[in-house]
Design a protein around this ligand. Structure first.
Ligand code: SF4
Length: 244
């Protein structure tokens, strides 16, 4: 049985059929199912500790605070994000934060001045995001993402469950709206990322994130002025050693 034929209540069920079965299930129930029943001990939550990340982090902490939480520490984050990460981990009682960092030898050879983002952002994302995440997820059968379909045209058709090579990607919040997220954050009295109030509805690395004007696509501030709209984490299967 592969990770794509997950065991559910004693029966093997194909990944493609999970989508229909769980389309109406609450995100927190889906997350519990993924962590406790579908992939116990074999699933990690990948979090950018960005604008909406607190929702999934809070849900995961309620279910199991030992759930591995992978943060890709690119070396180019806003200081506000790093402080927010540390504050949230402490506040939510998460006990298994994994900082996935780029290979020091690779960044020393290819991006010693930290300006690769300007000349070759795809390569920069490869060595600072994609490869560290692939290494961190080695050994896991599944990972949880916080993607929402309202975020951008490229994310409008993201399913709840996605096959990705030998691994399964679970996207519990895909059907949530911006106001659903806000309602959850307010009801649970969770702290927002400090940059949200400053006009950043989507937050990535400092050199590649700009403010968004009212009415713009929430991800319009990411790699503004370039054709790039995703870092590569969600566009290619992740595997260790693969130069994606
Ligand atoms: S988002 Fe920008 S700085 Fe961050 S890894 Fe990608 S290109 Fe580099």
């Amino acid at each position: 049985m592969s990770a794509h034929d997950v065991r559910l209540f004693g029966d093997a069920i194909a990944l493609s059929r999970l989508e229909d079965r769980f389309a109406k299930v609450k995100a927190s129930s889906l997350l519990r199912l993924a962590i406790e029943d579908l992939f116990p001990g074999r699933i990690a939550l990948v979090s950018s500790f960005g604008a909406d990340s607190v929702v999934l982090l809070h849900m995961a902490a309620q279910i199991d605070p030992t759930t591995p939480v992978v943060f890709v520490d690119t070396g180019q984050h806003f200081e506000e994000t790093l402080r927010y990460r540390d504050a949230l981990v402490a506040r939510l009682g998460l006990t298994n934060l994994v900082d996935a960092k780029p290979d020091a030898a690779v960044t020393a050879a290819e991006d010693p001045e930290k300006f690769l983002f300007a000349s070759d952002p795809d390569r920069c994302c490869d060595i600072r995001k994609v490869q560290p995440l692939a290494s961190a997820l080695d050994g896991y059968d599944a990972w949880i993402t916080g993607r929402k379909s309202f975020q951008s045209a490229t994310r409008s058709r993201v399913p709840l469950f996605e096959a990705e090579g030998d691994r399964v990607k679970v996207n519990p919040l895909v059907g949530w709206s911006a106001s659903d997220l806000l309602d959850y954050i307010r009801a649970a009295d969770l702290p927002p990322h400090p940059l949200v109030a400053k006009g950043f509805p989507s937050i990535g690395c400092l050199p590649c994130t700009s403010r968004v004007a009212p009415g713009e696509d929430p991800r319009a501030g990411r790699w503004r002025g370039r054709t790039k709209s995703e870092c590569g984490i969600h566009t290619e299967p992740l595997s260790v050693g693969q130069d994606i």
